[in-house]
Ligand binder design. Structure first.
Ligand SMILES: [Zn+2]
Length: 321
């Protein structure tokens, strides 16, 4: 019911902005993945596709613009999302981009702006508005201490440990600041063969009424030594032991899209390696700040932490779809 209602809001919002032949198609559900929302719009000079699992907080929207004339692909375009420039990748017939919705974004309308003299001959630009779907992240209240090794909760750490934490922080910042061109042309895949989620994205655990930090990724159950696969093609930009994340791997997929894998038992790649989607890059473990073997998978798009499952759910990335 909520889903229907929000879809209705979405349709209304698009109709309001673009009263022409707006068409929304709700795709049939597949086995494990809930159905996604598709917004399709035929403009005079191009077609627009937006796909998202939901237009909610912490989700990623896939955007594809297809000019009516193939040669227009070489023209200059500017797209901004929530007031920030978007990295647009030109492919054979279309241009694609990934638009993140911050898990902390305020309620209301979100604006996509397309600037192009070819697409909009008279006014040169057009704005589209999408209403943010209500999202509530789970808050778990507990009256007990989290069972993490004392070394992670102690305030007074030895200087060499503090130095190590600082060095890890810098290494992570360097890895996440990499900018490369889009490394993939197909959909994302799951990081493990058997998927069982034990902790969702942005769940907050409050212990003894003290507000905890939201969970920055998704936890998957897994036995120690279970193979971990790259969710997408990319280049390894970090592969090392860090204080909190344990054996930690960050893969750069281009266009400021990163996936990262924490607490691994073993890392099977090194910085600079090109990895293919589905390639074994490590194994499940319990290294770093972890209470038992599991995989923590995270994703960042344009510097924003998003639910990695919202990337994995996208079905239209390949140009033939
Ligand atoms: Zn986690």
């Amino acid at each position: 019911m909520i889903r229907f209602f929000s879809l209705l809001i979405l349709i209304l919002s698009f109709v309001r902005v673009v009263p022409a032949e707006s068409r929304e198609v709700k795709k049939k559900p597949t086995h494990a993945i809930p159905s996604n929302y598709f917004v399709k719009k035929e403009e005079k000079n191009f077609s627009l596709l937006m796909e998202a699992r939901r237009f909610g907080r912490g989700e990623v929207i896939f955007l594809r613009l297809t000019p009516k004339d193939k040669k227009w692909i070489n023209e200059s375009y500017k797209v901004s999302w929530l007031g920030k420039d978007v990295i647009l990748t030109k492919r054979e017939k279309s241009m694609v981009a990934f638009l993140p919705i911050s898990p902390d974004t305020p309620a209301g309308a979100m604006t996509l702006e397309i600037v192009s003299k070819i697409f909009f001959v008279k006014r040169g630009q057009k704005q589209y508005q999408i209403i943010l779907e209500p999202t509530k992240f789970q808050v778990i209240k507990k009256n007990q201490q989290i069972k993490v090794d004392e070394k992670f909760v102690t305030k007074e750490l030895p200087k060499e440990t503090l130095d190590f934490i600082q060095e890890c922080k810098t290494a992570k910042e360097v890895a996440f600041s990499k900018q490369s061109r889009l490394q993939f042309g197909g959909n994302f895949k799951n990081p493990l063969e058997k998927i069982f989620i034990t902790s969702k994205f942005y769940v907050r655990r409050d212990y003894n009424n003290k507000q905890g930090r939201p969970h920055g990724g998704v936890d998957f159950r897994g036995k120690s030594g279970t193979p971990v696969f790259a969710i997408q093609d990319g280049v390894v930009v970090l592969a090392r032991k860090t204080y909190y994340e344990g054996n930690f791997t960050i893969v750069d997929h281009g266009n400021k899209i990163f996936s990262f894998y924490m607490h691994q038992d073993e890392i099977k790649v090194k910085v600079g390696d090109t990895v293919k989607q589905g390639q074994e890059i490590g194994t499940v473990g319990s290294t770093g700040m972890s209470t038992g073997p599991h995989l923590h998978l995270g994703a960042k798009v344009n510097d924003i932490l998003v639910d990695p499952l919202s990337l994995i759910a996208l079905q239209s990335i390949s140009e033939s779809n």
